[in-house]
Design a protein around this ligand. Structure first.
Ligand SMILES: NC(=O)c1ccc[n+]([C@@H]2O[C@H](COP(=O)([O-])OP(=O)(O)OC[C@H]3O[C@@H](n4cnc5c(N)ncnc54)[C@H](O)[C@@H]3O)[C@@H](O)[C@H]2O)c1
Length: 345
């Protein structure tokens, strides 16, 4: 049956990978992307074939905080996948208002529309983040056991959104599934994020700057695995999934220092390119997913090893210089902290 899928933030990194994935896999789906194209979103994130196919794909330029627009789009959708957010932790430390406006209040706008049209909406997939947990207080983090201890304004704004949609399920019985992806990497990720920053530093023969001593660990999941997990939710039984929170990760973590060393080695650059700077405030030190729930509820587990995913990502940046060169300006505009210090981002 033909379905209409509304994807907010579909012009960003994960959203555009997911949009492309759906477009290829489901020829009978109509895909509508709502995106206000901040510096993080781009029309060049869509395959031109998709942009030409007006029957199956539409890009609506607009803001998720625009309640009327969101209401109209949601009223015509069968499934809503909500990615739109401000996502850069470092920027949220120095200028956080827009994070609460977009990530929390923007989510309220989408959730209100879903609640109003809940008879029509089959599923509302809310993309939260593992950042809501803060630093792990156990080896791996379980959705229903680990406390929410957000360490940055970004994480707090997302935690607000995460609990907001949960409360809408408890109060209004909306068909929401809350996804907490761990650190994603892959093609078309903005240069402000660590893996693309390190890769493009190597391509430009620039120093690679690591915050603190680089021992902070993250669970790195390939964006293609994340797309498959969301697809499994789309096709899953809503009666089993409604109100659930599901981690998407690998169950393993790797330190930032190790990532820098692997990238330098794979790209045949000297180790001396790696330099260290002050630690970022609000840093999360250890972060590993427990993925048992995703295995049990969705029959999902990651398929892409970090080694092969990273090689593919390096190749993508090697072959798409035009894409990332247009985003290099971001590094030229420094974030200045209250002591007048330039922040690496
Ligand atoms: N990238 C990760 O590692 C990661 C990990 C966990 C969770 N997440 C979550 O996944 C989602 C997508 O992350 P990403 O890395 O693709 O982000 P991104 O920054 O690459 O993309 C965000 C997209 O949202 C759009 N957007 C921002 N504000 C908007 C607004 N007010 N109205 C409409 N569109 C707006 C931007 O234009 C952009 O296209 C976010 O909700 C993020 O919190 C990301």
């Amino acid at each position: 049956m033909k379905k209409t899928v509304l994807i907010t933030g579909g012009a960003g990194f994960i959203g555009s990978n997911f949009t492309g994935y759906l477009f290829k896999k489901y020829p009978d789906y109509r895909i509508i992307v709502l995106d206000c194209l901040t510096y993080a979103g781009g029309i060049d994130n869509f395959d031109p074939e998709m942009l030409r196919n007006k029957e199956r794909f539409e890009l609506v330029y607009g803001n998720i905080c625009n309640n009327d627009l969101v209401d109209e789009l949601v009223s015509n959708a069968d499934i809503v996948v909500h990615f739109a957010a401000e996502t850069h932790v470092t920027r949220s430390i120095y200028d956080n208002l827009i994070f609460f406006q977009t990530d929390t209040l923007g989510t309220q706008s989408v959730a209100n529309a879903v609640s109003k049209h809940k008879k029509r909406i089959e599923k509302f997939i809310h993309i939260s983040t593992s950042e809501v947990y803060g630093t792990a207080n156990s080896d791996t983090m379980k959705e229903d056991e680990h406390p929410l201890l957000p360490m940055s304004p970004y994480a707090a704004a997302k935690a607000g959104a995460d609990r907001l949609v949960y409360s809408y399920w408890a109060t209004y019985d909306i068909p929401v599934v809350i996804v907490r992806p761990f650190n994603n990497y892959g093609s078309r990720q903005h240069l402000e994020k660590v893996i693309p920053r390190f890769i493009t530093n190597c391509l430009l023969n620039e120093p690679i700057t690591v915050h603190g001593d680089g021992s902070a660990q993250r669970d790195w999941v390939n964006v293609e695995d994340t797309c498959q997990a969301i697809d499994k939710i789309m096709s899953g039984d809503i009666e089993k999934l409604k109100g659930q929170v599901i981690n998407i990760g690998t169950g393993k973590s790797i330190s930032i220092k190790t990532i820098a060393e692997i990238i330098v080695e794979k790209m045949e650059r000297p180790k001396s390119l790696i330099t260290y700077t002050d630690d970022r405030p609000g840093q999360v030190f250890r972060h590993t997913a427990d993925i048992e729930k995703a295995r049990k509820l969705l029959g999902w587990q990651p398929k892409i090893s970090f080694e092969s995913g990273l090689e593919k990502t390096i190749d993508w940046y090697r072959n798409n210089q035009e894409w990332w060169e247009t985003r290099l300006w971001m590094r030229k505009i420094p974030i200045i902290n209250k002591d007048g210090k330039k922040i690496i981002h």
